[in-house]
Structures are given as C-alpha cells and as structure tokens.
Design a protein. Structure first.
Length: 238
C-alpha cells in the first residue's frame, strides 16, 4: 500500500509539472496570423475649431472671446447640432508682447497684449452637413480651424465581423501549410489579437480667417480602412 501511494504521488507530481507548461510548448503546433479588412465610408465628422481674441487687457480679451464663443454655440444649436455633441476642449488666457518698428525698421518699443482662446469640438451627423456647418462657423467668428476627424456608426458590429473573418483566414492559411507538410490541424491552442483594431482617422487641418460672405468648406472624407488581425495556434497531427 505504501509503494502504491508513493508511485501514485510520482504520477500526480509529473502531471502537475506537465500541465504547468504552456500546452503549445509541449505539442507540435503551427501559429498563423489571419487578417480581414474593409473599406468603410464615414458617416460622421468631428470638427475641431477655436476662437482666438487679442486685446490690450485681459478683461477685454476674455469678454470679447466669450461673446464670440457664445454666438458660435448658438449657431451650432440653430444648425441642429445637439448639446451632447459639443465639447469645450480648452480655454486659455495669456499675455504676449509684440515689438513695434517704424518705417526704417527701428524699434518703437514693446506692446503687451492678451490672447484669449476657446477651443471646441462638434460632432456633425450626417456627414454631408460638415462643410456647410464649418463655413457658417467661420462666418460667425471662428478663426482657428484645427481639423476634422471622420468616423462611422456601429463600429463594434463591423469589427466583430472582421474578427470572425480574420480567424477564418488564419485557419485557411494554417490548413494550407499543414496539408502541404502531410499533417492535419488539431485543436486550437491559442488565439491572440495582433495590433490595434481602431481605424485610423484622416485629419484635415487648416488655419482660416473669417470670410465676408457665406463660406463653404470643401471636405472629402474618402474611405477608411478598418481591419482585424489575429494570431491563432493549432496543434498538429498526422
């Protein structure tokens, strides 16, 4: 009985030792990266813009900047942009100096001014309204246009479909390799996402001055490539 218990202890110890190792390190296997992608037409745009005001005193700069920013917000509301789609991204007030020169280039002294800035972002949907809205904002006093980012509705649904397609692509590739070597695929040992699946936005940036007439900012969102990559490891058998 003692011998049997000792032998059983050795067997159990050996089992624990083997199971503690990654399974893919103990059996023949193959790892393949699968990929799936899709070109998607964006249907939403996020405009990033600001109001910059320069005045001799801090109070004047802040007051005028706040007035113009309030008009911008009211204009966005009149254009159908919901409050939840508008975000203040920065408010600053800082002094700066400029050196004045006469006609001969000689310095006339240094003037101290104050610069107030209010940066905003607005999500516009549908996308085809973005150019007209950007133009209206410029007409209302926006004098810093910092970019536009495009995205699309239901990104999780699109990415889930691509994730499944990437796994199937990995299986197709792995089966091709295995059959060429006279082997067959066994159980899946590991599934690991590769890289980021977040679509890359296409920014458009410019610094614009107010226009005397109605302005239309041309925008071409094009297509966005979204993709999913996954590494899958299979056991191999004969």
């Amino acid at each position: 009985m003692i011998r049997f218990a000792f032998a059983l202890s050795l067997v159990l110890t050996g089992c624990v030792s083997v199971s503690a190792e990654p399974l893919k390190d103990t059996v023949p296997n193959i790892s393949v990266v699968g990929e799936a992608f899709e070109e998607v037409a964006p249907d939403r745009a996020t405009l990033r813009f600001g109001v910059v005001t320069e005045r001799p005193t801090a109070a004047e700069a802040a007051t005028e900047n706040a007035r113009v920013a309030a008009e911008i917000l009211a204009e966005l509301k009149s254009l159908g942009v919901a409050d939840v789609d508008i975000q203040t991204q920065g408010v600053t007030l800082e002094p700066f100096t400029i050196e004045e020169h006469d006609a001969k280039g000689k310095s006339k002294g240094v003037q101290k001014l104050y610069r107030a800035r209010n940066d905003l972002a607005a999500r516009v949907k549908p996308l085809d309204k973005a150019g007209a809205i950007a133009g209206r904002l410029i007409d209302k006093g926006v004098n810093s246009f910092d970019g536009v980012e495009y995205d699309f509705s239901n990104p999780d649904e699109k990415l889930d479909a691509l994730r499944a397609a990437a796994v199937k692509d990995a299986e197709r590739r792995a089966r091709t390799y295995a059959e060429a070597a006279g082997l067959r695929l066994g159980r899946v040992l590991e599934i690991r996402p590769v890289d980021s699946e977040i679509p890359q936005m296409r920014p458009y940036a410019a610094r614009l001055a107010p226009a005397p007439e109605a302005t239309q900012v041309p925008m071409r969102p094009g297509l966005q490539r979204i993709s999913s990559r996954v590494s899958v490891t299979w056991a191999l058998g004969r």
